[in-house]
Design a protein around this ligand. Structure first.
Ligand code: NAD
Ligand code: UD1
Length: 332
């Protein structure tokens, strides 16, 4: 079936994707520097699927170690999740983000090229669309204009790098997956996202508020031109997202393929609060504050290309994500 190197595989999205890859018969090696994850997630994966990936604690910025890994192992494909993703921190420390995300990817591509590994699937983000005149985003839209933070710029630069690689090598095959807003976790409740730092994103903040680690949720604006005034996003259950990666492998061909992975449905912050309250049976304390700099009122995916070409679409809802979040929270 094939042996896959999963960079960032102990992280939130990588660990969920590994479960789906194992379920589809692939062999997995994981590379991670454990900067934002723990090796114990591999025990949980083993508990869920009965298989354990081979683990390599390597930093993508350490070229020599990375090169040795490729020298000693033959991979059919690389799934590239590894990266730093704290948007706020990227504004404070841009070079850290360019060095880790862009520099790390350059090292990875150099090793792939040296050892004849021509296939890569890359975790990009809807953030590459920047500011657009309409809320429903499709893959034909221009990218790279109006990106509001260095994190987003690194995603855009890496996308461009992959396109240049494909232009230079007719055997190169890349799939760029533009994630919308991943939420939820595996229904077992064994794995999920629980950052140690103060998170930036809505769902991990809601989780910390519900556990009393943060006093209340700040709702960043209730005066947007949206039905209830709060920001609208396309939340995608991480298990659906993980399955999108398996579908992408099957579609690979020489050149670049780009897909939005989203549900196509927008959900507001207030709707997210209500959905969480109904799953938890508890009120979630919140206050309305001003808008967050760089936020857009409403964004959601046009997911039709992925459905047509990958035969993939989301099956789970925000309610499913909230139910699974509760089982994860109860297991902590
Ligand atoms: P995560 O932080 O849970 O996982 C990323 C993993 O990469 C971590 O385990 C971290 O230790 C590892 N890592 C970082 N730098 C590394 C390096 N130099 N060498 C080796 N390992 C390194 O994040 P996630 O939410 O699972 O995100 C996975 C990917 O998806 C990232 O590239 C992220 O930018 C992208 N993405 C995430 C979201 C989201 O909301 N979670 C949205 C769009 C795109
Ligand atoms: C953010 C990033 C984006 C990144 C994405 C995934 C910004 C400006 N954008 O997108 O670059 O790709 O995360 O990592 O940071 N909200 C609140 N209160 C909070 C947190 C969020 O009301 O405490 C609202 C936001 O205003 C937004 C929605 O919740 O309307 C979702 O926010 P978030 O989870 O941060 O994702 P994005 O803004 O879509």
């Amino acid at each position: 079936m094939g042996r896959i190197l999963v960079t960032g595989g102990t992280g939130y999205i990588g660990s969920h994707t590994i479960i789906e890859l194992f379920n589809n018969g692939y062999e997995i090696d994981v590379l991670d520097n454990l900067f934002n994850s723990k090796e114990t997630v591999l025990d949980k994966i083993e508990k869920i699927v009965g298989k354990r990936p081979i683990f390599h604690k390597i930093d993508l910025c350490d070229y020599d170690k990375l090169e040795k890994l490729f020298k000693n192992n033959q991979y059919d494909l690389v799934m590239h999740f590894a990266g730093l993703k704290a948007v706020g921190e990227s504004v404070e420390k841009p070079l850290k983000y360019y060095e880790n995300n862009v520099g790390g990817t350059v090292n990875l591509l150099k090793c792939m090229q040296k050892y004849g590994v021509n296939k890569i699937i890359f975790s990009s983000s809807a953030t590459v669309y920047g500011e657009q005149p309409i809320a429903k985003l499709d893959e034909t839209m221009q990218t790279g204009v109006g990106i509001t933070n260095p994190y987003g710029e690194t995603k855009h630069v890496i996308e461009e790098m992959l396109k240049d690689m494909a232009d230079s090598n007719s055997e190169f095959e890349a799939v760029i997956l533009r994630y919308f807003n991943p939420v939820g976790n595996h229904p077992s409740g064994l794995i999920g996202e629980d950052p140690n730092d103060i998170p930036n994103n809505l769902m991990p903040i809601i989780m910390k508020v519900s556990r009393g680690e943060i006093k209340e949720l700040s709702v960043y604006g209730d005066d947007y031109p949206t039905p209830d005034g709060s920001g609208v996003r396309d939340y995608i259950h991480v298990v659906d997202l993980a399955k999108g990666h398996v579908a992408a492998i099957k579609a690979m061909e020489p050149g670049i393929l780009i897909y939005n992975l989203g549900s196509g449905k927008g959900t507001s912050v207030f709707e997210m609060i209500k959905a969480f309250e109904s799953a938890s049976g508890k009120k979630l304390p919140y206050k309305i504050t001003g808008r967050r700099a760089g936020d857009l009122p409403e964004i959601y995916a046009d997911p039709r290309k992925a459905e047509k070409e990958l035969g993939w679409k989301t099956e789970l809802t925000v309610e499913d994500a909230m139910r699974d979040t509760m089982s994860y929270l109860n297991s902590l």
